[in-house]
Design a protein around this ligand. Structure first.
Ligand code: NAD
Length: 262
């Protein structure tokens, strides 16, 4: 299927590792120019070098902490400078800390609010005028199955990611006449390094092996395995493409059947 993505310009946030990196790679593999960002310069340099070598498109990187307004403004400005236009935005972010609901501090709430919700709003506000002028745009927010089936100890995610859904639905209605779609992708348990490291940590505490811990994560997944980051990338590529032109305001779960409800 020709997805019509060759030469399109994409900004993918929090993309030096895991799901964000897989989204950047999937878009680059379809011929997109991609701006990647995170806080870690060494990782960004390595990922951009790999993507250039493997796909030969224009890959740029920018150091940015998604909790800081001025850094987001600089990121978007640099993306426009590098590519001229921004056709596709994938709003990903780092995972907020997990803890007992009564042990989450106001500072934790504030940081998670900045990173999970406000970064999406800030970036959308900065790109929407240009997308309107081009009569094309794709905004894809990476959220979590926690928006439908809250996960114990992840109250920050359970709460703030639903605010992203409310924002995205409202925005999608506003910008639909300009051929701009706004959708959310909600991954279930996906085997990124973060999830692997969590299993290793949990193994140390529990006395079980990390393989056993990883296996335990799959108990509630009908497919019997964790997701792969590239599977999230494939969905994002489709939503970013010309072929997904009539899908907007939606949240698409990609979880091997994990969510129990209809
Ligand atoms: P990861 O830790 O592998 O990657 C996170 C990326 O975000 C890294 O590139 C990191 O450098 C970057 N990052 C972190 N904080 C940042 C900040 N303040 N500013 C800029 N960049 C920052 O994580 P992942 O497993 O790929 O998860 C990505 C997102 O998807 C998270 O929000 C996570 O909660 C969510 N999610 C993950 C899973 C899963 O099972 N892996 C499931 C559902 C939702």
């Amino acid at each position: 299927m020709e997805l019509g993505l060759k030469g399109k310009n994409a900004l993918v946030t929090a993309s030096s590792k895991g799901i964000g990196k897989a989204c950047a790679e999937a878009l680059a593999s379809e011929g997109c120019n991609v701006m990647i960002c995170s806080r870690n310069v060494a990782d960004l340099m390595q990922v951009s070098q790999d993507l250039i070598q493997n796909y030969g498109t224009n890959i740029q990187w920018f150091q940015c902490d998604l909790r800081i307004k001025e850094e987001i403004e600089a990121l978007v400005k640099e993306t426009f400078r590098a590519f001229g236009t921004i056709d596709i935005v994938v709003n990903n972010c780092g995972g907020p800390p997990s803890n007992n609901i009564f042990k989450i501090s106001e500072e934790d709430w504030n940081n998670a609010y900045q990173e999970i919700l406000l970064s999406v709003i800030r970036i959308s506000n900065l790109v929407i005028d240009s997308m309107k002028q081009n009569n094309f745009g794709r905004i894809i927010n990476i959220t979590s199955v926690a928006v439908k089936q809250p996960i114990q100890r992840l109250v920050l995610s359970n709460s703030l990611r639903n605010a992203v859904l409310g924002y995205a639905k409202t925005l999608s209605n506003e910008v639909a006449p300009f051929n701009i779609t706004v959708n959310n992708v909600a991954p279930g348990y996906t085997l990124t390094k973060r999830v692997y490291d969590l299993a290793v940590e949990q193994a140390k505490i529990s006395g079980k092996s990390h393989e056993e811990i990883l296996k335990s994560y799959t108990q509630d997944i009908p497919m019997g395995r964790l997701g792969k980051p590239e599977e999230i990338g494939n969905l994002v590529v489709f939503l970013a493409s010309e072929k997904a032109s009539y899908i907007t305001g939606q949240t698409i779960y990609i979880d091997g059947g994990y969510i129990k409800s209809i």
